[in-house]
Design a binder for this molecule. Sequence first.
Ligand code: KG4
Ligand code: ZN
Length: 339
Amino acid sequence: MSIIILGIESSCDDTSAAIVRDGFILSNIISNQDVHKSYGGVVPELASRAHQQNIVPVVDRALSDAGIPIESLSAVAFTKGPGLLGSLLVGTSFAKGFALAREIPLIEVNHLQAHVLTHFIREKGEKKRYPDFPFLCLLVSGGHTELVVVRDYLEMETIGRTIDDAAGEAFDKCGKVVGLSYPAGPQIDRLAKSGNPQAFRFSKPQISGLDFSFSGLKTSFLYLIRDHVKDNPEFIKQNLPDLSAALQSTIVEVLIEKLVSASEETGIQQIAIAGGVSANSGLRTALEKHAGKMGWKIYIPEIRYTTDNAAMIATTGYYKYLKKEFSGLDVSPVARFPI
Ligand code: KG4
Ligand code: ZN
């Protein structure tokens, strides 16, 4: 009999549901929340309300697109954390009610583990390469920047993490300074394509070991803008592509430097990236360049699976189902949830 998992993701500002059958993805529906655009970041109260509105139609679409009758589901997997508590509560409560009503197992999923397991989202007929264990994954998103040693599907260890802002946060906060809407990361990526990365220099963090820090870079960016705008009010408008290119190349340099150190320290040469910032074209190009130099075998996710999605939750749920790792109905979400 087939194993069919419904996955639910609601940790931040995307409501998503997906169906995975025997490890293969059948549908992945994502409803983005435009309501946060003008606020320069996600407003938690608005996010949970939007999840509440979206969750039923999103799950309904995921089932109908997959052509799966509700009675065929083997289990429901949901994001337990980390994330915004009010947002997580919507997905968790829905999943619990669903599991209870259908009398099927409930599976809690760590959102970070799921981002890493993006590399095992399988589609029928595709010719993708999958990483062998162990591999090293740079997980870069709006909330996280971590270096993870992946020993098996559900056996991971974080060996480096940000001590302040995440890489995506650096993109978004600097973008806000120059008047870009949230999330600024993709816009900076686009603007950087026509800019000169050498036009400006920002201070790079000096953190030893495998940890990251991005708050100093944000301050350095802010001060440079403030100083120039004093003399020339048109400075941002005239220099946006160059500012974007310089900011992006600094962030990418920091990420790649730590990735090189992690690979040298662990001796692991299979390198993957995951999370929203792994969509960044500068990071993707830099990784490809280093692969040749370092002898790395690299794994870059498809753009549509870089940002939050339920395909990664259902996939993780599938591997947990195989190990019978089920949760009780008293499970509750957590804002902090290390790998
Ligand atoms: O993984 P994700 O959807 O949510 C979290 O779990 O945080 O990541 C969202 C983050 C945002 O900070 C967004 O600006 C960033 O990923 N992002 C990008 C790009 N696409 C998304 N940053 C840089 N370049 C991109 N192309
Ligand atoms: Zn995420």
